[in-house]
Design a protein around this ligand. Structure first.
Ligand SMILES: Cc1ncc(C[n+]2csc(CCOP(=O)(O)OP(=O)(O)O)c2C)c(N)n1
Length: 555
């Protein structure tokens, strides 16, 4: 859908302003009774403001769900405020008691957060398992309307988290679809500048797992300059420039760019002319015009990706601190703009003192147009309240009694009883296990209800009439999600299945099993699932401190 670019770009500036002001207000203006540091991440917000604008004001559909990188929290809150889903009061109380949360939180924020973030990597993997959950639902005709994209805005340093890679492999096994990971490639982490060429590793990795990779490196200004005489030399220079140097020159500004470019490329000819015909400000704008700051490029790339269901990794080049005096400085992660710097920004943004929170203050596009752009954004059609998913009646189960039995055995018999039922309750149960299905006594359940896969996959042993206790047939009607041995994946899968009623409006009754000594291998994801209020049953067998006689050797 064509969107009004001038209005979008005005709103992008407003979103950045509100995010900066929200953090500034919390740190420098609001009364601070205990004297403790408040904090906030203006530079991380600035690098993602264009991507977030392109997503929420143009690309997102009501059925899409998003995990926003934690430090873009204020950008998320600002966008929700513009849409009327967030109050000024909560923004003024950002990071305070009952205020908008530091990092988007499903349970503590009042605006509709799809997936909480905070512990980096967790929200990213959650989108992948949510996509598998969506496939599971659709395979049994649950859920209506178009399928949603499960989207993560990912920090480039976040890509170091191991759980992301574990999830990628699992996603590949299940034929992952409808998942977008947008890497905010500002080439800075918390401590420093990231390694050169990280994007080539990401490109290879995602390509290997069957994802499309879309690299958004240069914005329209840069592409236009490359078409000028001498422009190709500039492109080569930019593409070869080490991350640290690019960051440092960005921080220093137009005059520093000019000196360096002339030193490296000056030819008394085309390239010199290309550089010299621009003012310092124009040169700085040109060098900062990376793909992740080009609204039109981003919206087109997202629209193109919506035409198919393959998973896509977007690598969007950005500048940490873009548009702020913090831009590019390696220490900018938790850096806060000084009151003087905020005053300068206020002047640049035409915001009058006392009007800082006004939605359209100082924008050079008529208010009516801005209102129209907001109210016609497809995302605005998303219901303000999450779906709840109908309640499922739980029947009284006839439990087989034995005078003496182990907890494992009892669990297996209980699941077998459920498997025999032909009712809505049994149909909504979904089980999952990280390669310990058989040994955690889910065998009888799986024999009756089958393993889930989008496509039928026969059990060749069965077809060949080789005797086996277990029927290992996969089909779209199967009710067991078999996972590889990765406990982080188990808990993230449970987190996604256990939020199905709120993510997709269809309630599932998930049961996960694992060996109890290995809960610790996935504890962070279990914690994350509980923090998000995911509902599931966990059966860690044998229920004891050890895995029976072999327990000690499993520690
Ligand atoms: C599991 C975990 N470890 C450490 C942190 C602390 N931390 C927060 S952000 C960050 C660096 C993030 O860098 P990047 O992902 O590139 O994001 P951006 O630069 O866009 O803010 C770190 C180490 C965290 N939030 N979660």
């Amino acid at each position: 859908m064509a969107r009004d670019l001038a209005a979008l770009s005005a709103l992008e500036r407003k979103i950045l302003w509100l995010a900066v002001w929200m953090i500034h207000n919390a740190n420098h203006i609001r009364a601070n009774e205990d004297g403790l540091k408040v904090g906030g991440h203006q530079a991380s917000c600035a690098s993602s403001a264009t991507i977030m604008t392109a997503l929420y004001l143009a690309a997102l559909r009501p059925e899409d769900r998003v995990a926003v990188k934690p430090h873009a929290g204020p950008v998320f809150h600002a966008i929700q405020y513009l849409f009327g889903n967030q109050t000024r009061d909560k923004l003024e109380n950002f990071r305070g008691y009952k205020g908008a949360q530091s990092y988007p939180s499903r349970t503590k924020d009042t605006a509709d957060v799809d997936f909480s973030t905070g512990s980096v990597g967790m929200g990213v993997a959650q989108t992948l398992f949510s996509s598998l959950t969506q496939d599971y639902l659709r395979a049994r005709d649950l859920g209506q309307g178009p399928e949603g994209k499960m989207i993560a805005l990912v920090g480039d340093a976040e890509m170091d988290e191991g759980n992301i890679f574990e999830a990628l492999l699992e996603g590949w096994k299940h034929g992952l679809r409808n998942t977008w990971w947008i890497v905010d490639y500002n080439r800075q982490s918390l401590d420093a500048v990231v390694r050169e060429g990280l994007w080539t590793k990401l490109e290879g990795l995602f390509g290997n797992f069957g994802w499309d990779v879309v690299v958004l490196r240069h914005g329209a200004l840069q592409e236009a300059a490359f078409r000028e005489p001498g422009g190709e030399k500039l492109r080569e220079w930019i593409e070869a420039c080490p991350n640290q140097l690019y960051s440092a020159l960005t921080f220093q500004g137009g005059a520093a760019w000019r000196k360096r470019l002339i030193d490296d490329l000056g030819d008394q000819g085309d390239v010199t002319r290309l550089i010299e015909k621009r003012s310092d400000a124009e040169l700085a704008a040109l060098m900062g015009n990376l793909g992740g700051h080009d609204l039109e490029l981003l919206t087109k790339a997202f629209e193109a990706a919506r035409q198919h269901d393959r998973p896509v990794c977007f690598i969007a080049y950005t500048i940490k601190g873009f548009g702020l005096p913090l831009a590019g400085h390696k220490d900018n992660h938790a850096g806060l703009m000084t009151p003087t710097q905020v005053e300068t920004l206020r002047a640049q943004m035409n915001v009058r003192p006392g009007h800082e929170w006004e939605k359209f203050e100082g924008l050079d596009v008529p208010e009516q147009t801005l209102e129209h752009v907001l109210s016609t954004a497809p995302f605005a059609r998303k219901a303000k309240n999450r779906p709840a998913g109908a309640r499922i009646e739980t029947p009284a189960l006839a439990l087989p009694h034995q005078p003496e039995m182990s907890t494992q055995q009892g669990f297996g018999l209980l699941m077998h009883e459920i498997a025999k039922r032909d009712d809505e309750f049994a149909r909504r149960v979904v089980t999952t296990s990280p390669d310990v299905t058989v040994s955690t006594n889910l065998g009888a359940w799986v024999n009756r209800r089958g393993l889930f896969a989008k496509e039928q996959l026969a059990d060749i042993f069965k077809a060949e009439r080789i005797p086996s206790t277990f029927n290992w047939t996969f089909s779209p009607s199967g009710q067991h999600m078999e996972l590889g041995i990765a406990e982080m994946n188990l808990f993230t899968m449970l987190s996604a299945l256990g939020l199905s009623h709120e993510t997709f409006g269809e309630r599932l009754l998930p049961v996960g099993t694992l060996y109890d000594p290995f809960i610790e291998r996935g504890l962070d994801a279990l914690n994350y699932a509980c923090y998000q209020d995911a509902r599931f049953i966990l059966a860690a067998t044998p229920s004891g401190v050890t895995l029976a006689p072999e327990g000690g050797a499993h520690q």
